[in-house]
Design a protein around this ligand. Structure first.
Ligand SMILES: [Zn+2]
Length: 140
């Protein structure tokens, strides 16, 4: 994943922390990452919506060479996930070996550490996906 600046990361954190998108009130389309304008009709998108936390793997790839701050995670799977409302999201699939990931596999949202930003002490968090049967982790 491309590393964002810390201010941009901070401004967009709610969308990654809770998996939120923007919805066009004119035609009902939902976008993630959030957009300011609907590419279909040009409407300004002011409405944010909480996206479903479950979906299925539409496509995936196994990453063998990655960013230097994520070397301990290699190899890992990154998938195109179709959420239950049809919104498509790209995210890392964890909790199982990458060779066990398959197309059509059911997955669910998991709030996890992304890793520390290069040259800073800021630790980034956001969403990843785990198999739907993976036990829930109580973060309280
Ligand atoms: Zn629209």
């Amino acid at each position: 994943m491309v590393e964002q600046s810390i201010p941009l990361y901070w401004r967009t954190r709610q969308f990654r922390y809770r998996l939120m998108g923007t919805k066009c009130e004119k035609d009902g389309k939902v976008y993630f990452p959030p957009r300011k304008l609907c590419p279909e009709c040009g409407e300004i998108l002011n409405k944010t919506v909480l996206l479903p936390r479950t979906g299925k793997v539409v496509s995936y790839s196994v990453v063998h060479n990655g960013l230097s701050n994520r070397e301990e995670e290699l190899p890992y799977a990154v998938g195109l996930i179709e959420l239950d409302d049809g919104t498509r999201v790209v995210g890392q699939i964890i909790g199982i070996p990458p060779e066990n990931v398959s197309i059509g596999m059911r997955v669910k949202f998991a709030f996890r550490k992304y890793g520390a930003a290069t040259n800073s002490a800021v630790i980034r968090y956001g969403y990843k996906f785990v198999p739907e049967t993976y036990p829930n982790v109580n973060l309280s």
